[in-house]
Ligand binder design. Structure first.
Ligand code: ADP
Ligand code: MG
Length: 697
């Protein structure tokens, strides 16, 4: 399609539009803010607001919204129209610099983790000029940060922006120390690969559990699952392909560089990957991508499921957070180059990452913990709950040689002979892929793989940036007085790699041996959210965020409370949904089937007494026993849910109760329900089956 370059970014107030619509001085002033982080003048804001409004109204917009990322897990914004009455019954379209810069949503209905009382309702949203405004559904969307009246951070964007600044400062200092004086800025970059399921809307609408909780709470396994490995990278079905084309178009209009699409491992599972951008824009774009995915699905009579584990028995969905750092001079700081053994700069940054991942493995685990992702981590599909890092054989040997003080012999890229004349021979990558590692080096970036599919990537990224900034600042303090910089860097790299080698693991992360080995190495194995969050407010972690001015101890505690509370609430909703499904649909359906069988058996007996009724009777006996069991477990679950109130005064205790007690009863109830499904006539079963949902698109 030759029109693609014109269509791309057509709904974005991007650099080209700004050059076109803004007076030169305004444009230059705004650029300084965007690129160098300089404060913005209100007169500049007024001019920008005017230009934005004009551009948006030309494109059919009637409203604008301050778009922000509160602690709810989704994005938010209220929509105000541009209209302003002029007195004679008519209106004009207006939008001031003040309205662009500052919004005042009522903050009391967003989670604050107890930071404010509800009567302190005021909150502010502030324009983030580093992420471009865009148009969706006739509204001009302005990306913003969100804080309370008293200045506490209530969102995910603010810590991310702060962490990018911190990392920039520390990385530039290190580069200057190493003699790279021409570097003025270091940006963190992210490319998130997004997994999702697509199912038929009509089937979805009949599943109470999917609608209320995003995942199936009952459902016997489909006859066919993913065992044939015939879905991954397979031919994309027409209906899915139509959806993907439409989705790409919508994303391209929003300036999102959607690049790769393919089928994933599980039936009905797919993936979308964009070209990477700065952490901030990548985060906004990923949030937008998830919204557009869901909206576009509706147009195709499909539903896009972003839950981490919508279906038991087949893979869940994750998100791979590809992460790196690059300079304003165009250098990727994680590019090892042809001779990594002589690339001290690379070694120093690698050492900082190794140290950070080792010291803050708990934070990395915590930041990906959600009720949904708990179903993946540790199961045999996603990375395990143990955080370790993979650096590949080549770098592994380099690290070993640095530790041992021996010479490193690079294997270099070898030729790949295809053995077929018409195929071109090519250079093989020096390291193979390791798909089991939670944190893997992939040539010139790290891929953090433990994220759940629905997660806002702001959180893992601000944690990553902050912990690495912290290590770099420690390195700077150690190196800055050195007489012989080369010797000092070498000594530091060697010491750090030796001290933190335990976090490096290049083997198969799915084996039992690794679990035992990781324990010997003293690595954490935090299996669930409540277990992980016990470590959040450790002194080491509080110090990290407070020292680097990412958030205060109070804000951190608030975040912890919000996540724990959300976890309990989600499981509570799941339990209530199960009880409802069990009592009002599954039990009556199975009883009705038993009644039909009973009537049939009685009719046969009445007829002559000689027609066998053994098949009916066996099923009646089996299902009746299961119905009893099912009713008991439903009652047990109801009791467990009502008892949760006892723990409500402490969010951690409450979350642990939901995990240890409620979730395990839910599992027991599900097993009985699923086994009844396998025995009940299809026409009686009240819900679409796994086979229907996974194989009908
Ligand atoms: P795969 O993980 O399947 O090998 P790719 O190699 O295509 O896939 O990369 C996956 C993602 O990594 C893409 O979104 C890509 O844009 C992103 N990526 C590539 N280079 C960088 C980088 N320097 N920083 C951040 N992300 C990057
Ligand atoms: Mg990947």
């Amino acid at each position: 399609m030759s029109k693609l370059p014109e269509m791309f970014g057509s709904n974005v107030f991007n650099d080209r539009v700004m050059q076109d619509k803004l007076p030169k001085e305004t444009y230059n002033a705004l650029k300084k803010t965007i690129e160098q982080g300089q404060p913005l003048d209100i007169s500049v804001a007024n001019t920008v607001a005017n230009a934005m409004r004009e551009w948006a109204v030309e494109k059919g917009c009637t409203h604008y919204t301050h778009w922000f990322q509160p602690m709810t897990g989704i994005t938010a914004g209220k929509h105000d129209s541009f209209i302003s009455p002029v007195g004679d019954g008519r209106v004009i379209m207006e939008f001031s610099g003040k309205e662009l810069i500052k919004g005042e949503p009522d903050a009391s209905s967003f989670p604050s983790g107890g930071i404010r009382a509800t009567f302190e309702a005021r909150g502010y949203t502030t324009w983030d000029p580093t992420s471009p405004a865009f148009i969706m559904d006739d509204s001009l969307y302005i990306p913003t940060a969100f804080c309370s009246y008293t200045g506490e951070v209530l969102d995910k964007k603010t810590p991310l922006l702060r962490s990018m600044e911190r990392l920039n400062t520390e990385a530039v200092k290190i580069l200057h120390l190493l003699g790279k004086k021409n570097v003025n800025r270091v940006l963190t970059t992210v490319g998130p690969e997004q997994e999702y399921f697509l199912i038929d809307k009509e089937l979805y609408d009949r599943r109470e559990d999917l609608k209320l909780t995003g995942r199936t709470l009952f459902g016997a396994k489909a006859i066919k699952g993913q065992e044939l490995d015939d879905h991954y990278f397979g031919a994309i079905k027409t209906r899915v392909s139509e959806y993907m084309k439409d989705l790409d178009n919508e994303l391209w209009k929003l300036g999102i560089c959607s690049k790769t699409k393919h089928n994933e491992v599980a039936p009905s599972q797919h993936e979308l990957a964009p070209i990477f951008s700065t952490s901030n824009i990548a985060t906004d774009h990923n949030e937008l991508t998830m919204e557009v995915m869901k909206k576009t699905a509706e147009k195709h009579n499909l539903v896009c499921l972003l839950h981490e584990k919508p279906f038991a028995g087949v893979n869940g969905s994750g998100k791979h957070n590809n992460w790196s750092m690059s300079t304003d001079t165009g250098e990727n700081l994680l590019e090892p180059g042809k001779q990594p053994e002589n690339n001290l700069q690379f070694q120093l940054f690698l050492a900082a990452i190794v140290k950070a991942v080792h010291e803050y493995q708990d934070l990395l685990r915590i930041t990906v913990a959600t009720a949904g992702n708990d179903h993946r981590l540790g199961a045999n599909e996603a990375p395990p709950a143990i955080i370790s890092m993979y650096i590949g054989d080549d770098l592994g040997e380099l690290v070993q040689s640095i530790i041992d003080g021996t010479e490193y012999v690079s294997r270099g890229k070898t030729d790949m002979k295809t053995g077929v004349n018409v195929l071109v021979d090519f250079k093989k990558d020096t390291s193979d892929r390791n798909r089991t590692s939670p944190f893997a080096f992939t040539g010139n970036k790290f891929e953090f793989r433990a994220l759940g599919s629905s997660l806002n990537i702001a959180c893992p990224n601000y944690m990553l940036n902050t912990m690495i900034a912290e290590e770099l600042s420690q390195f700077y303090d150690e190196l800055s007085g050195a007489q012989d910089m080369e010797a000092a860097v070498k000594a530091l790299v060697r010491r750090v790699l030796t001290e933190h080698r335990n976090i490096i693991f290049n083997g198969d992360n799915y084996t039992e041996e690794w679990v035992a080995e990781a324990e010997r190495r003293g690595l954490y194995n935090l299996k669930s959210l409540p277990e992980a969050y016990r470590h959040f407010i450790n002194k080491k972690n509080v110090d990290l965020f407070v020292k680097n001015k990412i958030c205060t101890e109070q804000e951190l505690r608030a975040r912890c409370e919000i996540e724990l509370e959300t976890y309990s609430k989600q499981i509570n909703i799941e339990a209530l949904t199960m009880i409802d499904m069990a009592k009002r649909n599954i039990t009556p359906a199975v009883s009705a089937y038993v009644k039909e069988l009973t009537n049939l058996a009685l009719a046969k007996k009445a007829l002559s007494g000689r027609i066998p009724t053994i098949v009916e009777e066996n099923t009646i006996i089996s299902l009746s026993a299961k119905l009893m069991d099912f009713a008991e477990k439903t009652a047990k679950l109801e009791m467990a849910v009502s008892e949760a109130a006892k723990y409500s005064s402490n969010n951690l205790t409450c979350a642990r109760y939901y995990h240890d007690v409620v979730l395990s009863i839910m599992q027991e109830l599900r097993e009985v329900g699923d086994s009844m499904e396998s025995e009940t006539a299809a026409k009686y079963w009240p819900y679409p089956t796994y086979t229907e949902m996974l194989f009908s698109v």
